[in-house]
Structure formats: C-alpha cells, structure tokens
Design a protein around this ligand. Structure first.
Ligand code: SF4
Ligand code: SF4
Length: 366
C-alpha cells in the first residue's frame, strides 16, 4: 500500500472523480465525493476537526472503486478511505453505532447478518458430509443465510464437476465487515483465528462464492496478518477452468441474461469476460447493463453502507437495475444478488436476479 498522506498530497483537485462517484451523484453533497473524502482523511489522520458529516462521508462510501479507474494521479482512493476509517476508530469517532452492533453479532453468532447459527446449514441439500479435503468451499454469511440458492447451487456444481472439497459445519465469518468498519485490532483477532483453524485442518486452498470474502481473504488478511498462506479462488474461476475444455458437459438453454459486473470482481480483479463466456456456454444470449465492466455501476451494498445508509444504498441498486435491458439479471456476487433482489421487490422494478452458479447448474447434463 502506498503512503496514505503522500497519496492525498498528490491529488491535483482536478475534480474528474466527482463526475463518476455515485454517492456524490445521488446526494449532491461535495463532502460525499472522492476528492473531498481525501481531504477528510487528512483531517482525521492529522488530528484536525472532524464533523459528523465528515465521519458520514467515510462510512457512506461503498468503496466501488469507480473513482480509481478515472483518477489521473492513480490515487488508491478506497485504500485512503480505509485508512480514514481506521483513523476514526483510533480517535473514537468510529465505528458508528449500527456498525458496532453488527461487529458484536459477528463475534457472538459467527455471522454478519444476524443469522441463527443452528440454521447455518439449511441450504445444504443432503446430510452434512463428514469429509476432509485440502480444498475448502467457504460459503460466507450471505449465501449461508440470505441467498441460500447461491450456496446450494455452488455446492452442487462443484460436486457435479467432480471437484474434491470439504465444507465446515460452523464456518464463522471472514471478518470483512470488521475490517471495513476500521476496527483493525478486532479484525486481526478474527483473521488469525480463521487462519489457525484452516491450517489445523490441513487446508491448502479456499473456494469462495462471495466477492466480499474474496477481497477480504486475498487483500485484507495479508495486509493485517502479513500473510494468507492459502490459495484462494472465486467460484467463477473454478467453474470456468473446469468447463473450458469440457463444454460438452453443458446443454444449451436458450434465454437472454443480463450480466452484472460486481465492483470487486470487475474493477478489483479485472474478471469480466470469464463469467460472460460461461453464461454463453450455457446457451444464453448475454447482454450488458448500460454501463458495464470497468464502468459498471455499484449495487450499493459494499463497504458496509447497506446497513448504515439504506436509502442511499437502495437508490444505487435501483439505478443499476434500471440500466439492465432485460428481465433476468445474473450476478456472480451473493451480496449484489441479495441487494438487487430486495430492491427490485421493494421498488417494484420487476427484475429476477439469479446467482450465476444456478445458471450453470441448470445447464449441466445429468
Ligand atoms: S469508491 Fe465509489 S463511492 Fe467511494 S469515493 Fe470512489 S466513486 Fe465515490
Ligand atoms: S481524480 Fe484524482 S487527482 Fe483528480 S480530484 Fe479526484 S482524486 Fe484528486
């Protein structure tokens, strides 16, 4: 990570980022734009005066990274925001009350969505397989409790493709919310517990259906612990690799699907074409949202903002759904799936939102 204050200093105040920032576009508040967020972080880190609205500006950024694609100075704005959130926690100005509640739930219940741990495996279509493997399918909180079809279809696709893996009965939480709230000491505790557990089980590789877990394991764990000694893959990569030379396993189901690029996969991992190819192998005519790939709109669920700023978050999801030229939207992120599904229902937008592995499952021949 580049030096935060040097990055802030390198801002030329060209304002280019303000044109693309969804929180600024929706609210019209300059403070809620990338350029002003940088200035806020400087105040936070240099013990300056920090107003309640400045605190809000750091917690209402979904860390969509659109600003980073356009900044001519290549400032890693979301990492600066993270540093600002850590600074707020150090100054006792963060996390916000609602964020603290969620962190407490994570430590009490082992998940970030207030799920009942005794119901964690409700998505599992068979008896819990008491099986060891060097590969762990780590489902994550959203698929386990709120987007169960993502968990079930991911599990079944891996099995049908003959991939060896295990799952955990009491999986716990990757801790991304704790890190994103700026509470690095608590995040470190949770991260270390997970790493020790995976190591003790002889795990060498993790497969994750969720982009939040992916980012957390791949980027936040090494940053905080200095290591993440396991290979990590997203479901898209694993399925893509397994089917690339075996497309005859799929039968084509003709339909039109709108592919949604999640921020963390499209901008974060630059993974835009593989999921589209996969859907096409399944027989779909794949269409894009009005803005797509690097320019794709944020669904409004990232960075912890869905639980803190629901109206803002819902407005982002509504905008995205209205950019989809068709009825069925396919997402490779369970959090985007959940957010877009609930927004489509609440705002009566009339879109069906499907997690991508369900499409693959429907196309796999018996
Ligand atoms: S990450 Fe997204 S919401 Fe946050 S400042 Fe950048 S463009 Fe705005
Ligand atoms: S685009 Fe980059 S350099 Fe320009 S104002 Fe935004 S953060 Fe500063």
């Amino acid at each position: 990570m580049k030096n935060v204050l040097e990055q802030i200093e390198s801002c030329t105040e060209c304002e280019v980022c303000m044109e693309v920032c969804p929180t600024y576009q929706i609210t019209g508040e300059e403070l809620f734009s990338p350029m002003y967020r940088l200035q806020t972080v400087r105040e936070v880190l240099e013990d300056g005066e920090v107003s309640a609205q400045m605190v809000e500006s750091l917690y209402n950024c979904p860390k969509c990274m659109v600003c980073e694609t356009i900044c001519p100075m290549e400032i890693e704005i979301t990492q600066v925001v993270d540093a600002g959130r850590r600074g707020l926690v150090e100054r006792d100005l963060g996390p916000l009350e609602r964020g603290t509640k969620i962190i407490d739930q994570i430590f009490e219940k082992g998940n970030a969505v207030n799920g009942d741990p005794s119901k964690r495996l409700e998505w599992l279509p068979e008896e819990f397989p008491r099986k060891e493997s060097e590969t762990l399918l780590y489902l994550g909180c959203l698929p386990s409790y709120l987007v169960k079809d993502a968990a079930t279809s991911s599990y079944l696709v891996l099995k049908r493709l003959g991939i060896d893996f295990m799952i955990l009965e009491d999986e716990g939480c990757c801790g991304t919310y704790v890190y994103e709230a700026g509470n690095v000491d608590l995040a470190r505790e949770l991260f270390q517990k997970n790493v020790d557990r995976f190591r003790g089980l002889g795990i060498k590789r993790l497969i994750v259906p969720c982009n939040g877990c992916l980012k957390c394991f791949k980027w936040f764990y090494p940053e905080v612990l200095g290591e993440f000694p396991f290979q990590i893959s997203h479901m898209v990569e694993v399925i893509y690799e397994a089917l690339r030379e075996n497309r005859s396993l799929l039968q084509k189901v003709t339909r039109t699907l709108i592919y949604q690029d999640p921020c963390r996969l499209a901008r974060g991992e630059k993974m835009t074409e593989e999921p589209r190819e996969l859907l096409a192998w399944c027989g779909a005519e794949v269409r894009d949202t009005e803005l797509s790939r690097e320019q794709a709109p944020c669904c409004g669920s990232g960075g912890g903002i869905r639980s803190l700023y629901r109206d803002l978050s819902t407005e982002m999801a509504s905008r995205l759904l209205k950019m989809a030229p068709g009825e069925i939207v396919v997402s490779p992120c369970p959090f985007c799936t959940f957010q877009l599904r609930s927004t489509s229902k609440a705002k009566e937008i009339g879109k069906e939102v499907v997690y991508f592995s369900k499409i693959v499952l429907d196309s796999l021949k018996d």
